[in-house]
Design a protein around this ligand. Sequence first.
Ligand code: ATP
Length: 328
Amino acid sequence: MADPSGPAVVTTSLRKTYRTFSGRKVVAVENLDLTVPRGGVHGFLGPNGSGKTTTIRMMLGLTRPDSGTVELLGQPIPRALPAVVQRVGAIVEQPKFYPYFTGRENLIQLALAIGVPRRRVDQVLEQVDLTGRARHRYRTYSLGMKQRLAIAATLLKDPELLIFDEPTNGLDPAGIREVRGTMRELAGQGKTVLVSSHILAEVEQVADTVSIIGRGTVIAQGRVDELLAARGGASIRVGLKMSELASGLITLQTSGFATRVEGAHIVVSGEADPSEVNRTLARSGIFASELTPQGGGLEDLFLELTAGEVTGGNVDPAPRPAGGGEAR
Ligand SMILES: Nc1ncnc2c1ncn2[C@@H]1O[C@H](COP(=O)(O)OP(=O)(O)OP(=O)(O)O)[C@@H](O)[C@H]1O
């Protein structure tokens, strides 16, 4: 019997490659060791193409890994899938609902199809805060409401573990807030919510723990507060005239600041004092047009850990000039 307080998901040395039509081998996931604790919201984060969907598909037994293992709720996948499937709800692709049925009618159809009592429908509508619109046609729903209905559908079986692949993709800020609120509520009800996203800053606000992947492998994992605390202070964005960017960079580096270039800006990280940065530049006759302290969130952490080597999606680091990066 699996330990009920053990991790919700564990993957060990997971690897998956694809062959493209031209015969090229694409390594989608490599050496992926992931641990998702039981309870709370876990953000599975990484830029587009970093291997999140492939990993989730392997977790759910939809794709077979080339090597490595997956355990869901302490059970090996795919072997124990028939036993575990009742305890897991997932949104991997956008579910199809009938546009001219109400949200409630759609869920009743689904409940009948999967053998769940009809009374569950009103309960799950309540859980995602859709009771007030339950008798309106699906086609009149906002994208946020459509996504919450999709979440409600996954709740019909009352699963312990919910896996959502990019659930806020394409939503406006209001929809994102709604879905975020729903995820927090589900975690509050004792469920484990694993949510993937390429927008690190967005999930940072809702997740208790995260794993950050780049090029198919985990590069950081743990509690959000601990990861951010371990990272040290926030960074400072320095705006300079394009013609002074190179000399500004050399000036800051030779004065011992940890720097990287992002587009037309220099980012000074670590515990730097903005007035000290300003003074250092001014001493060399360089005057900053902008000195902006930055939050020092997960996105910055990602950029630091990968030092601009991983690109894609929302995380789009500019290339570093030779020797211009900060030590890890
Ligand atoms: N069926 C496939 N055939 C070939 N290559 C694939 C296939 N599925 C995914 N890939 C490649 O594997 C890598 C990882 O893709 P995956 O979709 O898992 O990443 P992701 O992090 O979920 O990105 P996104 O958010 O863009 O979906 C990418 O380089 C992608 O092009």
